[in-house]
Design a protein around this ligand. Structure first.
Ligand code: FAD
Ligand code: SF4
Length: 566
């Protein structure tokens, strides 16, 4: 029984089904196949949307594959006091992997034992050596492009050829080199070379956020769940029963505290059902998984299932995020040509600061954006901002406006820093007393504050980014670095959509919710295969590690089943 079909649930389902186990997947959202002409948003023209692709129903634009987003009607959440927490939820088969950025970075050896290095937070109970075989398997199975650079904490892998840098990216490398910041080819999970018969090869349309109709980018539905279902049909794997539009409510246990089933509300008839399972896997995304555990009980476990440590919901943390952009005059009036590329950056700067004297503990990496992608509703942060910077009168119409737009199009380049926050006990989610969603399921509320570790890191991000952009000859849209009082420009917690923790992995059952195999200490037949188990985030995006951990947990389930332990 698997709850959730995103990165973690999809990977668990694929590995277990391939091993011949019969599985059921409960997914809160509808069925989705980006190859279905009825559902496809890739390669739609701007005029096929009432607002040229701008948001009406979806948070990131009408062509974005992210159904739902920052708010889901009927499924609220809350924040406490002056907490600002943004919670992105995508309710659809494949979850957020339909539209994620596909930046696929393994953690490095240091990332599993940061406490040993700076005395803050907690070490993971496992190390890079435990994870390396899974990262290797994942690279080969899913496909990721990049280059082996021999960097100590950004390990080499099994990479497909990376796409060439585009003009703005070549300029970014120059600006970064001047600033002493090395940039390398990006590491993203779009297949640039054929890896199997089920998936096509990237043809560089730049629209991965719409989900790829030839399955060349990684989405859990197209790359993990569809093949598992196809195998089952051909008798090559275990049976896969998919229950979409089904919102899991709680894990059911028997008198001995063993999990036996999951109850769910069908969004089609609004009735409650149960599905039994010998092993229950929760992969509903970090906070949804904790919510399910908080809403479940067993004899002697009335404070949430598996919460003997009292840490369920705790140590929630998101990547830090800050950035800015500049207008690059030398990119004005460019010839028109197709430089779409993949739907993401072709180069990036992994953390370069190890061993330097810094006033903050953890690192970050830099992501670059810009170029002449398919125009939609507005570009470059809004044309009026560019006109203002150039000293022109803002606005206009007709031929003069068209001339201006043509001149400025593709001349804005920006950088975003994505860094590691320190996981703190006091940053947490909990059930909001007395509040339920439209399905009658108790909702969550959040408590979260940034500390100076993150604020000072954001200041450093701004300094580095500004140095690169001005080194490229850029004119900054925001010349002043946001003040300390404004968190040095840090986006709200949750806004980077890399939320991890809340049921952390720890060898000591008093200090964590799961063991090193991602199973609950107190209920060994319940596994968590999303980011809830992260002891700490790294200066990397989390999803490659979610999937490697899910693979590892699935292997453990198979071996425990063989030993008849669960
Ligand atoms: C715009 C965007 C860009 C991103 N870019 C990157 C990136 O470049 N690199 C990176 O590493 N990460 C990125 N991320 C984050 C990445 O998408 C997540 O880390 C990853 O998808 C998490 O996987 P998951 O399986 O835990 O959750 P999800 O992918 O969110 O899947 C969870 C699934 O569970 C279902 N579900 C939830 N609750 C229930 C319930 N009660 N019952 C049944 N089903 C339920 C949901 O409908 C969903 O389908 C990005 C995210 C977004 C939104
Ligand atoms: S850029 Fe490549 S992988 Fe992404 S949607 Fe287009 S063809 Fe598919």
């Amino acid at each position: 029984m698997i709850v959730g079909s995103g990165a973690g649930g999809g990977m668990t389902a694929n590995i277990l089904a391939k091993a011949g186990l019969n599985i059921a997947i409960i997914e809160a959202g509808p069925y989705f196949d980006p190859a279905d002409p009825e559902q496809r948003t890739q390669l739609r023209w701007p005029w096929e949307s009432p607002r040229r692709g701008a948001s009406t129903l979806r948070s990131f634009g009408d062509f974005h594959a992210g159904l739902s987003g920052w708010q889901i009607p009927g499924e609220p959440y809350d924040t406490v006091g002056d907490t600002k927490f943004d919670w992105w939820r995508t309710r659809v088969l494949g979850g957020r992997t339909n539209h994620w950025g596909r930046i696929s970075l393994r953690f490095g050896p240091d990332d599993f034992h940061r406490k040993d290095i700076d005395g803050l937070g907690e070490n993971w109970p496992i190390g890079y050596d435990d994870m390396k075989p899974y990262y290797d398997r994942l690279d080969k199975m899913v496909g990721v492009f990049g280059t082996n650079e021999g960097l100590a904490n950004d390990p080499d892998g099994y990479f497909l050829p990376p796409p060439k840098p585009r003009l703005h990216e070549l300029m970014a490398v120059k600006g970064a080199t001047k600033a002493g910041i090395p940039m390398i080819p990006g590491r993203l999970s779009m297949v640039t070379k054929r890896i199997n018969k089920d998936r096509g090869v990237c043809f560089y349309c730049g629209q991965c956020s719409r989900a790829c109709s030839v399955y060349a980018d990684f989405s859990a539905g197209t790359v993990l769940i569809f093949p598992a279902m196809k195998n089952a049909k051909e008798g090559k794997g275990g049976q896969v029963d998919l229950y979409v539009n089904s919102m899991a409510r709680e894990v059911i246990t028997d008198g001995t505290g063993k999990a036996t089933a999951v109850s769910y509300i069908s969004k089609d008839d609004r009735r409650e059902y149960q599905i039994k399972g010998k092993v229950i896997v929760l992969a509903a995304s970090a906070c949804e998984t904790s919510r399910l555990l908080m809403n479940s009980q067993a004899p002697g476990q009335t404070n949430g299932l598996g919460n003997g440590s009292g840490t369920l919901g705790r140590y929630l943390h998101d990547s830090t995020g800050a950035g800015t952009s500049a207008f690059i005059p030398s990119l004005m009036n460019r010839d028109r040509y197709n430089e779409d590329g993949v739907g993401g950056m072709h180069i990036y700067a992994p953390w370069w600061g190890k061993g330097r004297k810094l006033d903050f503990p953890r690192g970050y990496h830099l992501e670059v954006y810009g170029g002449m992608g398919m125009p939609s509703y507005g570009f470059g942060g809004g044309h009026k901002a560019i006109q203002k910077m150039m000293g022109y009168k803002a606005g206009g119409y007709g031929n003069p406006l068209m001339k201006d737009v043509r001149a400025h199009y593709g001349a804005v380049v920006g950088f975003a820093g994505r860094g590691e926050a320190v996981a703190l006990y006091d940053n947490y989610c909990e059930v909001d007393p007395g509040k339920v969603d439209e399905w009658g399921i108790p909702t969550l509320r959040f408590h979260y504050k940034w500390s100076d570790h993150e604020r000072l890191q954001a200041k450093h991000m701004h300094e580095s980014i500004r140095e690169i952009l001005t080194g490229m000859g850029g004119q900054l849209f925001d010349p002043d670095i946001p003040t300390y009082e404004n968190d040095h420009g840090l986006l709200s917690p949750g806004a980077i959509i890399h939320e991890v923790g809340t049921a952390r992995m720890h060898d000591d059952p008093k200090q964590g919710v799961t063991n090193r195999h991602s199973a609950l200490h107190e209920v060994p037949n319940v596994y968590l295969t999303d980011a809830s188990v992260f002891t700490s985030q790294a200066d990397k995006n989390p999803t490659w590690t979610i999937m490697a951990l899910a693979m590892r947990a699935a292997d453990h389930i198979i071996s425990e089943r063989k030993k008849m332990n669960i």
